[in-house]
Design a protein around this ligand. Structure first.
Ligand SMILES: *Cc1c(COP(=O)(O)O)cnc(C)c1O
Length: 384
């Protein structure tokens, strides 16, 4: 077999943006298509596949092709945010449909389900994230959708995706997974039986905290998928081309970034596990974490950089730690190259079930010793 016929690995394909090469100029970087409209052809027919930018454009399609390749999906749609991707799925459910969702999860998505339930648009049952027995007990004969976030905010509980898929499918429901915390270089949810794989591409996929984007990927592109695509078109929530360009650039280093974030997070979690000022470290990469074994299998050991720490002392002690950090930014979001720290109860609001002393850390790709020293001095200052 000649070298060019060899099946290349996903690392190579994504790093080269699917081997982009402009046949006319030889340019190796995909251009930004900024045109909002496309002229009809000489017969006044629409040129396929683009017609108007609210429908999509070449740059966004290119980013979608890279994510579809990573996910081993048939099709991927990119939205202007993770929330608009999630909302398109929630929105396409018929009036009064029954859905099963985690009691605690990414607060924006949870808020959306609660808002739809309040308006009697949906019937929502809740389960404890990672608890398959409770998940199974929450399903009804007419359940249309099971929502799984794994690893799950903010304690990083892990759900066995294959088992969740089995349970959902036995009841004729679809399984959506939000694996934003472990992007598809680590977890390919469709391979475990998820019907829709959702990611906030704002996070690891882009990785540089300069774009908001959301991705939905599927293998079955039946009627409901066309519905979701139509929602994106009519609501105008397609990812714009400049953001798609940045996303493509970010994804070229996805594997490297997630490997380094995992390395750093493993060092930091081991350092603070059993630390005198820390009650508990929550990180699926730790052998003692309840989801460790499943997560090892579902990520191939690429646990990512998301962890939480429950600080000893009062809620004020925890907030003070975020205030006293000099290397970690006291900011929300996750999955960027720079490390972030946040006091979760402040961010998610009073109705959200979270330990008052929980700090959520997004570990970036900086020097691990700098990150450890920063947390050490902040903890010491908060306790003095
Ligand atoms: C950030 C996030 C979202 C929402 O994505 P946005 O791009 O911020 O709209 C959804 N789920 C998870 C797990 C997230 O971390």
């Amino acid at each position: 077999m000649s070298k060019t016929n060899q099946k290349l690995s996903a690392v190579t394909r994504v790093t080269q943006a699917l081997r982009y090469l402009d046949p006319e100029t030889g340019a190796i970087i995909p251009p930004i298509q900024s045109s909002a409209t496309y002229a009809r052809d000489e017969n006044y027919d629409i040129r396929k596949p683009y017609y108007y930018k609210r429908d999509g454009n070449e740059t966004t399609s290119h980013a979608e092709a890279i994510i579809a390749d990573l996910e081993e999906a048939t099709d991927t749609l990119l939205f202007s945010s993770g929330m608009s991707a999630a909302t398109a799925v929630i929105d396409h459910l018929e009036e009064n449909a029954h859905v099963v969702v985690p009691r605690a999860m990414y607060h924006g998505v949870l808020h959306q389900f609660q808002a739809y339930a309040k308006k009697n648009r949906l019937r929502v049952s809740y389960y404890e994230a990672g608890n398959l027995v409770e998940l199974s007990n929450s399903i009804q004969d007419d359940t249309l959708l099971v929502w799984v976030e794994t690893p799950n905010n903010p304690d990083w509980a892990v759900t066995d995706i294959s088992k969740a898929a089995e349970i959902a499918h036995a009841h004729g429901a679809k399984l959506l997974t939000d694996c934003t915390g472990t992007p598809p270089c680590a977890t390919r949810a469709l391979n475990f039986g998820a019907d829709i794989s959702m990611h906030s591409a704002t996070k690891y996929l882009n990785g540089h905290s300069d774009v908001t984007a959301g991705a939905l990927s599927v293998r079955d592109t039946g009627g409901y998928w066309e519905d979701i695509a139509l929602t994106r078109k009519l609501q105008g929530t397609v990812l714009q081309s400049f953001d798609a360009f940045l996303l493509i650039r970010g994804m070229r280093t996805l594997f490297l970034r997630v490997e380094r974030a995992t390395e750093n997070a493993l060092r930091i979690s081991n350092h603070f596990n059993e630390h005198p000022l820390i009650e508990e470290v929550l990180y699926p990469g730790l052998v003692g974490h309840t989801g460790h074994k499943i997560q090892k299998y579902q990520t191939g050991g690429l646990y990512g950089g998301m962890m939480s720490m429950i600080v000893k002392g009062t809620e004020k002690t925890a907030i003070d730690v975020t205030r006293f950090c000099n290397v970690f930014y006291p900011a929300t979001s996750l999955g960027g190259v720079e490390s972030l720290i946040e006091h979760r109860a402040t961010v998610s609001g009073p109705d959200f079930p979270v330990h008052p002393n929980l700090l959520r850390l997004s570990i970036g790709i900086e020097d691990a010793d700098d990150l450890i020293n920063d947390l050490e001095q902040a903890l010491e200052r908060a306790n003095s």
